[in-house]
Structure formats: structure tokens, C-alpha cells
Design a protein around this ligand. Structure first.
Ligand SMILES: [Zn+2]
Length: 919
């Protein structure tokens, strides 16, 4: 299942009508407290029922796999410890190297002989009687040659290097016909007003349908249902199928997560939940799915999950994403949801005979807890590329987790066979729906893009547009005329700006660049500034990434997952909304280069304010360049000028003359982010002598990390050598000689260490570095007797974007004015040795997200006002320690915060002399 929500063990009696059963917006009706997690907030759909209790989680269901910090189950670093360097080798391949075989110019079928993976008898699918990963390619090869309807292409590879397969099923097309389809698709997106007037368009155009299987690796049967459907469509002689394939193209991503399928894991091989990664696209599987949606522009899509009994079929509860064209979306999505429900219930499985409960539709049957607010999930991302019906489907019978281990294979196979039937019924209902509503779905997709291109105001959805659509379902936003990502001194970080621009372009958002300076909103923006004109077909996607987001705490009691993510506030670049736009611009395909090295001879300075600068510095350190660390700035000797040039080009970073580092560096004139109360402070850097002798020698920072998978991934991506550790690893006798800094956020308990491990740790702590994050880290700080600080937890399920004030210290100086929190912490009762690096804004920290006080009125955002969020200090032993109450590496998303962690690492290792530069 998708453990945002623990499924009811058996669906209780449903309310006869949804509206009467739902609390009004802002109701303070308490929902059951949920376990909290990052990848998962285990919740609750409250299934309202007349006179009944809410349906609670099945008590037999074990805790979900990825609970963060709260000791409620295995921690994520156990997943991460199994990851290898393979992921990094595949990561970040530029688009032109993507092995994606999409072509507009080739007809169908495109018979690709897929390479056969080695047989793997340990593939977890086998026990369930399902197709193992290595069985998929032979099956697709066979189907491609059995007829002329099936085409298979390799569209990328997983974190562990497995091929990803996109299968297209359609009636044969000549190359000319395929080009015609591509031309219409382009026209729908790029000239929607004309497409809307073209009455012949829908007669010619094959409606695209996207079926995504198995994105959670241990929710297997979506892939098997996809294979079964492909085979049926390939071989059927039914005239209805022939007609369907003349009027549609069906695209199947057979298994979106082959690593997890093989490994019996929800996550991919890098330990990431792919169905949380769509705003970030940190994983290759997600970049492949994103490209499918951009290239095929589906009108309808299904994301096949398990396990919720009865089968859960979206649309969702509130809150609803404010950037969708929701009137079009809910109309089609609810209609197809009802059709899928009928098809699933029509299979004839019963509670008594089969243990299969009737299907449920959260929008209709539940008050809240299964929302479509964050576009981190596949069906909540697809609408921005034109899907007007998009659904998560959770098939009913659990076969994963402890059930997989403890249930006889015969029973597991019975369940998996039913699950496959259910998933296949959902697919069948969906293609039937698209066939029957063909012209209207195409027209609605055109209308989505037309409203965007015309820059129309967000359209209010009429109450009752579908039965039960009430005031509690209305969420809306305001689109600015454009967003400007300024060039020059108004830009906090040119490298961060370039990264954001490239990310927008990769998401098919149009970005332009000003040819000359222009005025907007009383400001002058220099030539070279980037402009995201909101009059564009995919303005919803642009806005959902660039708007600050909203504080939705008052409107719902509980959220399924994160509630804030703004790229404008968290990715380190200055982004400004403007209400008018008169600029001469050119479209850009990629951000302009940002790297530079001054011609002036002498030592060079690299201010570490962004992840790219961290990567560049770690690259130099790995080469053995003799760098000194000077309060947030790396000083590189003149002798390393050539190495500096190379990394400047590779990472797009700008060096300055070290002599000019004093006060007049570009950093000191950094701009202030839009809407922030506190600027980025040059802080301790200003006035610091640039004399290399004044800094401390810095070598490669070697990290022992008891951390979650996303943190390990991020630290490695930044170029730090990382060794995963845990309580068990330290108890087994850990050699500390290769470690400069210990990072603790997960899986390490000081109380759980044996005497020998404690002695070894004490020896390390005398002059070592320690960085902690979250409750586990704070507990380690207390138990190990490091900094004097009392940790105060905010409400556990609170999350979002917060305003922060940096005090300009050694770690906080140069930080953006916003941070991200999930289960926020703050620190009080600070000892004299402790410095506050960053605080929550005194005028109220929450910008966007969901953060309420707990039942006793504690732990809310008001309690956090002005409190210390990040602190540093040196303890009596000489350990250099930094405590984070924020989430600076959460799911690899808040790119603008990564450098803060890096500065903590550089500071703690250099000040203790832990790292030694090798000449
Ligand atoms: Zn799932």
C-alpha cells in the first residue's frame, strides 16, 4: 500500500452520501494521531460512517518501513547501507546521453530486441507467482514479434542499472502517420487556442493513455496486470480492440522500479521512494517517468499501487492542489474512478469468499487524509502535462512486508492473482473510458493548455460540479504575470539560479532570458535575467514550483505527506514574482555558464554558499589541493589555478581574488530573497582577513554517517567520502582512524553502545567533529554529553517551508532566509559554549505547509518563534558540534540548504584539525 494511510482492515460501512459525513473546512474534529514519517505519514483515512468510529489502521499491519527518527521501526539508513556507488555513476547523465529511444519520426511497431537480463532466482516476484524482472524483456520481445501492435523501448535505467521499459500498444502507423500524431500533440501544447478551434483534430488524434506499474517495488502486481493487458490487446481479434487501438495509444511503464521489484523493497536501489520525488527528480527512474509524460502527453494515467482493501481508487480528499485546472480534472477523474470501481466490484470477489472488500473512492468516502496537495506523486504531477484524469489505484490484498515472509506461498499466489485481476480491471475500465470520452478528454487537455497560454486567472470550480464537491474542496491560487530570476547583484547565487533554470526546462517549463535590461514592479532587472512568463501552457507546473505555497494548517487536520516545497524559497536562487512584464527576451534551452576564475594572479577565494561550490571544493580537496578554510570561504593557492579553472567550468562556480575577499566579495552584496524578512548575511565573513594564514588547513572531510538514505545520497552527491555506520556497526568495532566527522540522524543510539564502542567513540570525540539532525541526533548529543542544550520538539507531523534568521556565524552565515522542516526541533537552555547559527523567524516561521500545535497546545509554530534552529559549539573535550533542528537534506530536495551542512562539516573538521591536507 501507499502508507500515507493505513488501510482499514475491511472497509466499514460507507456513508450513503459524502457531504453530510465530512467535517466542514477548519473543523477541529480530532483525527487519530498518526505515526509520522518522512516517506510516510501513516495515517488514517477517517472513513466517516453513521454513528460509527473512524476506521483505524489494521493493528496487524507492522509499522511502515521508513519511519524517521521516532524509533517506530527500521530506520532508513538500513536501507541506505546496502547502496553502492552504482547510483552515482548513473546519476545526472545529461539529457542528450539519456538512452531514451523516443522518436517522433518512426512509425509503429518499433520492434526493439530488448537485451535479456541475467536470470535471478532470488527475484522477490517469484514467490508470488509473478513475472520476475528478468522475465519481462523476453515476454516483450515475444509480443513484439507476435503481431504488429506492440513496441518496446528502453527509456533509462534504474539506480542499480536495470533497464526501464516503455511499451506502446497501438494500431500500426507509418512514419508519416507518426509524424502527424506528433504534430498534433505539439499543436495541442503549443497552439492550444487554434487546436481548440480545429474540429477535425480529435478525429485524427490518438488519445494517449499512460499506465505506470510497480513504482513501489514491493507492490508488484501493477506490472503483471500491464503485461497481461499488453498481451490481450496484442492478440485480441475483438473489433472493439481494433477500434480502440486506432483511436488511442496506450503507453505502459511496465515496472517503474525494477530495483525494488527484485529486492522486495518499496524504494529504488538508492533508498528513495520514487513516488515522492517528482518535484525534485533526484532519481533516474523519476526522470524517465517525467520524460514519458512530457513526450506522450497522456490525457489519462493510472499509477498502480497496493495494498488497500477495498481497492482504493482516486480522486482524493482535500486539500486539492491549487494549480490544477480542477474543474476539468475532477469531472473526468471522478467519472473514471466510478468506472473503475464498477469494473473492480464487477469481478465478483467477495469479502466472505475471497477477503476482498468493495472498492472505495477517497473523494467520496473519506473526509481527509488522502490528498492531492503536493505534486510529489505521479498522478499529482501528470496533470501539469495535460492529464485530465489521473489516479492512484491501490489493489486490495496485502502480500508485502511481514505477510510476504510469514504467509505460505500458495496463499500469497492466491492474493497476487486477485490483485492482478483488480489492477487489470482498472486498466481496462480506463481505456474503455478514454475510448468512450475520446473527443472530450482531448478537448479538456487542450483547454488546460489554452488557459495557461492565455494567462487566464485561476478558474473557480463550481460547487456541486460533481456530487459532493463542496466548499471544503475549493483551493485556488493567484498567478503572477511572470517570475524573474535576476542576473547580477540582485541574484543570491548564480549557480543556484542556473540549476533552477535547468530544472524548470527539464520539466518542460518555458524559460526566457532578457536581451536587455527591463523594468518591472519598480525595479530594474539587468540583461541576462531569466524570465518565466506565466502565459504558457504549463504555467501550473511553473507556479507550483515557484510560488511560496500556502499555510494550509487551518483547513485540514492531517496531511498524507509534505505540505510545502517551494523551489523559489528552498533551492538557493533569488526568484521574484512580478505583476507586469515588458521585456525583450529569447527562449533558452539551458542556463548560461556561470563559472569563472579571475585573471588577477594570486590566491583565489571560493565562497561556499551553494551545493555546486561544495562539489567544486570537494573536487579540489580530493585532488590534494592545499586549501584553507576561512569562515565560510575556501582559499585556494595560486599554484592551483589550473585546477580551479577546471572545477569552475565543471560546476559553474565563480572564484574571486582572495585579496578582494575582504568585505567586497560578490557574496557581501548578495541580494535578499523575495518576501523574506532577513537578508542573507555576509556575517562573520565580512571583515575576515583573506590572508590564507588566517584560515585553518582543510582536507577532505571523511564522514561516518548514521543517516537516512536521502542524507547519505546527498552527502555523496556533494562529493564527501561517506561510510554508513549504526549502533551495530560501532559495537562490532569501528576503526575511527578514517573519520573526521560523525553525522548522526538515524540508527545510532549512544545508550545502545557497548563499553568498547563507547571508549572508541570517546577517543574520537576528543577533538573530533559531530553533526546531528533531528531527534535521534539531539538525543545522541545529550547522551554523549556534547553541547549544553535542551531539545524542544515541535509537533511530529509538522512540515513545510519556514522563515529563518541566520546570525552570521561560522555555519549559518551565508544561508538562505528560508529552511525546510519536518518534525521541527529547537534548542533552549544553551550553555555558554553554544552559538546560535540560525533561528526561526520571530514574527512566525511558517510560510507554507502544515504545522499545528499538539493537543495540549504545545509544539506549534508560535512556540518556535525566535527559537534556535541550528546551533554550534565546542564541548569540553574539544569536539566541534553542530545541531540541526531543521531538515536541510530532506529527500535531496532543498538544494539551497545543502551548503549549510557542508559548512558545518568544513568548520568542524578544520577547527579540530581533524583533516590534514596532503600536498
Ligand atoms: Zn505504493
Amino acid at each position: 500500500m501507499d502508507p500515507r494511510l493505513r488501510p482499514p482492515a475491511g472497509l466499514p460501512a460507507r456513508p450513503s452520501a459524502r457531504p453530510s459525513a465530512r467535517p466542514s473546512a477548519g473543523s477541529s474534529a480530532r483525527l487519530p494521531v498518526r505515526l509520522l514519517g518522512v516517506a510516510v505519514a501513516v495515517a488514517l483515512i477517517v472513513v466517516p460512517q453513521a454513528g460509527g468510529l473512524p476506521a483505524l489502521a489494521d493493528p496487524a499491519e507492522p509499522a511502515p518501513p521508513a519511519v524517521r527518527d521516532f524509533g517506530n521501526g527500521p530506520e532508513r539508513n538500513e536501507v541506505a547501507a546496502g547502496t553502492t556507488g552504482e547510483a552515482s555513476a548513473l546519476r545526472g547523465a545529461p539529457a542528450e546521453e539519456r538512452p531514451y529511444g523516443w522518436s517522433h519520426d518512426r512509425g509503429y511497431p518499433r520492434r526493439t530486441r530488448l537485451p535479456l537480463p541475467a536470470e535471478n532466482p532470488a527475484d522477490a516476484s517469484i514467490k508470488l507467482g509473478l513475472v520476475p524482472y528478468h522475465g519481462i524483456a523476453p515476454k516483450l520481445n515475444e509480443l513484439q514479434w507476435r503481431g504488429d501492435r506492440v513496441s518496446a523501448e528502453i527509456i533509462g535505467s534504474s539506480a542499480q542499472g536495470r533497464d526501464l521499459y516503455l511499451v506502446t500498444v497501438t494500431a500500426p502507423e507509418s512514419a508519416g502517420q507518426a509524424r502527424e500524431q506528433a504534430r498534433i500533440r505539439e499543436r495541442i501544447e503549443n497552439d492550444p487556442a487554434a487546436a481548440a478551434r480545429d474540429r477535425k483534430l480529435a478525429r485524427t488524434y490518438k488519445a494517449p493513455i499512460f499506465i505506470n506499474g510497480n513504482i513501489h517495488g514491493n507492490e508488484w502486481e501493477g506490472a503483471d496486470a500491464a503485461l497481461r493487458t499488453i498481451e490481450q490487446l496484442a492478440t485480441s481479434t475483438d473489433p472493439a480492440v481494433t477500434d480502440l487501438l486506432k483511436r488511442t495509444r496506450l503507453y505502459f511503464n511496465v515496472t517503474a522500479n525494477p530495483d525494488g521489484r527484485v529486492n522486495n523493497a518499496r524504494q529504488n536501489g538508492a533508498g528513495f521512494d520514487l513516488n515522492r520525488d517528482f518535484v525534485t527528480a533526484s532519481q533516474p527512474e523519476v526522470r524517465a517517468m517525467r520524460q514519458i509524460m512530457i513526450d506522450t502527453q497522456p490525457v489519462a494515467m493510472l499509477d498502480l499501487h497496493g495494498y488497500v482493501n477495498g481497492t482504493l481508487i482516486e480522486p482524493t480528499t482535500p486539500p486539492h492542489g491549487a494549480n490544477y485546472e480542477y474543474d476539468l480534472f475532477i469531472t473526468n477523474t471522478y467519472a473514471n474512478g466510478l468506472g473503475m470501481e464498477a469494473a473492480v466490484n464487477g469481478l465478483g470477489y467477495t469479502p466472505a469468499k475471497d477477503g476482498v472488500e468493495p472498492a472505495q473512492i477517497p473523494f467520496r468516502d473519506s473526509a481527509e487524509g488522502w490528498d492531492d496537495w503536493p505534486p510529489i506523486f505521479t498522478p499529482q504531477y501528470a496533470p501539469f502535462h495535460g492529464a485530465v484524469a489521473a489516479h492512484t489505484v491501490e489493489i486490495p490484498l496485502r502480500v508485502n512486508g511481514s505477510v510476504y515472509d510469514q504467509t505460505p506461498a500458495e496463499e500469497l499466489r492466491r492474493r497476487s492473482a486477485i490483485n492482478t485481476d483488480v489492477a487489470a480491471a482498472a486498466i481496462r475500465a480506463t481505456y474503455g473510458f478514454v475510448r468512450s470520452r475520446h473527443d472530450r478528454l482531448i478537448a479538456d487537455q487542450i483547454e488546460v493548455f489554452r488557459r495557461g497560454a492565455a494567462g487566464e486567472a485561476a478558474k473557480p470550480v463550481p460547487l456541486g460540479i460533481v456530487p459532493g464537491f463542496g466548499p471544503e474542496d475549493v483551493y485556488t491560487t493567484t498567478f503572477p504575470r511572470a517570475y524573474v530570476i535576476p542576473a547580477g547583484s540582485g541574484q543570491r547565487s548564480a549557480t543556484a539560479a542556473a540549476r533552477l533554470v535547468d530544472h524548470l526546462i527539464a520539466n518542460d517549463v518555458r524559460v526566457e532570458r532578457a536581451k536587455s535590461s527591463f523594468r518591472s514592479g519598480g525595479r530594474t532587472y539587468p540583461a541576462g535575467s531569466y524570465v518565466v512568463d506565466m502565459r504558457q501552457p504549463k504555467r501550473g507546473l511553473a507556479n507550483v514550483m515557484l510560488e511560496p505555497g500556502a499555510d494550509i494548517s487551518p483547513r485540514v487536520d492531517a496531511m498524507y505527506d509534505i505540505s510545502g516545497w517551494s523551489h523559489a524559497l528552498l533551492w538557493g536562487a533569488t526568484v521574484e514574482p512580478v505583476s507586469s512584464l515588458r521585456a525583450s527576451t529569447v527562449p533558452v534551452k539551458a542556463a548560461a555558464p556561470t563559472g569563472s576564475v579571475p585573471r588577477t594572479p594570486g590566491p583565489l577565494a571560493l565562497r561556499v554558499r551553494d551545493a555546486k561550490e561544495v562539489r567544486a571544493l570537494n573536487d579540489l580537496l580530493a585532488q590534494g589541493v592545499a586549501v584553507t578554510w576561512n569562515g565560510g570561504t575556501a582559499i585556494v593557492p595560486a599554484s592551483a589555478r589550473q585546477a580551479a579553472r577546471t572545477v569552475a567550468e565543471r560546476y559553474g562556480v565563480a572564484f574571486t581574488p582572495a585579496s578582494g575577499h575582504l568585505g567586497t566579495s560578490s557574496g557581501a552584496s548578495a541580494g535578499v530573497q523575495a518576501g523574506t524578512s532577513s537578508g542573507t548575511s555576509a556575517g562573520a565573513q565580512a571583515g575576515t582577513p583573506a590572508d590564507p594564514a588566517a584560515g585553518t588547513p582543510l582536507g577532505q572531510v571523511r564522514i561516518a554517517a548514521a543517516a537516512s538514505a536521502d542524507e547519505l545520497f546527498t552527502l555523496r552527491e556533494l562529493g564527501f567520502p561517506v561510510t554508513p555506520v549504526s549502533t551495530a556497526v560501532l559495537n562490532a568495532g569501528f576503526d575511527w582512524s578514517g573519520t573526521d566527522v560523525l553525522y548522526v540522524s538515524s540508527g545510532l543510539s549512544h545508550a545502545g553502545l557497548n563499553p568498547a564502542a563507547r571508549t572508541a567513540l570517546e577517543a574520537f570525540l576528543a577533538g573530533g567533529g559531530v553533526i546531528t539532525r533531528g531527534q535521534t541526533g539531539a538525543r545522541f548529543n545529550a547522551d554523549a554529553g556534547l553541547l549544553t542544550a535542551t531539545t524542544v520538539p515541535g509537533r511530529g507531523d509538522a512540515n513545510g517551508v519556514v522563515r529563518t534568521v541566520s546570525s552570521g556565524g561560522l555555519v549559518g552565515g551565508g544561508s538562505p532566509a528560508h529552511s525546510f522542516v519536518y518534525s521541527p526541533l529547537w534548542f533552549t537552555g544553551l550553555g555558554p559554549e553554544v552559538t546560535v547559527e540560525q533561528s526561526y523567524a520571530a514574527d512566525g516561521p511558517l510560510v507554507s505547509g502544515h504545522w499545528r500545535p499538539d493537543g495540549q497546545g504545545a509544539g506549534g509554530p508560535d512556540a518556535a518563534r525566535g527559537q534556535a534552529a541550528v546551533v554550534s559549539g565546542r564541548d569540553e573535550r574539544g569536539a566541534a558540534v553542530v545541531l540541526f533542528g531543521t531538515e536541510p537534506m530532506f529527500r535531496n530536495h532543498p538544494k539551497g540548504l545543502f551548503a549549510q551542512v557542508a559548512r558545518a562539516l568544513y568548520w568542524s573538521s578544520s577547527v579540530t584539525g581533524a583533516t590534514v591536507t596532503t600536498p
